[in-house]
Design a protein around this ligand. Sequence first.
Ligand code: ZN
Length: 185
Amino acid sequence: METKNLVVPGDFLGTSEEFIVGDGVYDERGKIYAAVVGEVKIEDKRISVVPRVGTPPLPRAGDIVIGRVEDVKENVVVVSIACIQGCENRSVATSERGIIHISNIKNSYVTNLQQEFAHEDIVRAKVIDAKALRLSTEQRNLGVIKAICGRCKSSLVRRGNVLFCETCRKVEMRKIADDYGKVVI
Ligand code: ZN
């Protein structure tokens, strides 16, 4: 096995007389070219280009994701998903927004979403429908993990079951994850 330098799509790698076409390459009239950005790998005359960057992960049902609240509507919270827990160093392969429906916030009945989430909250949620990107925060470890004061934008600290602003003394309600404030992001 042999590894060469980085190639980009269209780079000429050799001829079909020298090599057998592998993955990440294409053959055009007997000439083999790179089809992806990556490193050339030759194994028993079989030539491939191994992609340099892995495909970013897509959220799957059951995944725990971290995101930021974009909007709080009457019945849903709109979340931009930043990463999948466990793959924090790789962004997700979607720019789609996740949705937390009012019935998936917590085990008890929710009447006012404004008392559970606010714009710019950082949340941890579970994917319950990967196709529609529906999320849930029903478990104790799910919900808001970081929030700022709606009045002065200071970070809110947890006081029992509510959040408190040490700057302007405002008290805010949230669906708090049980490790609120202890998470380093
Ligand atoms: Zn404040």
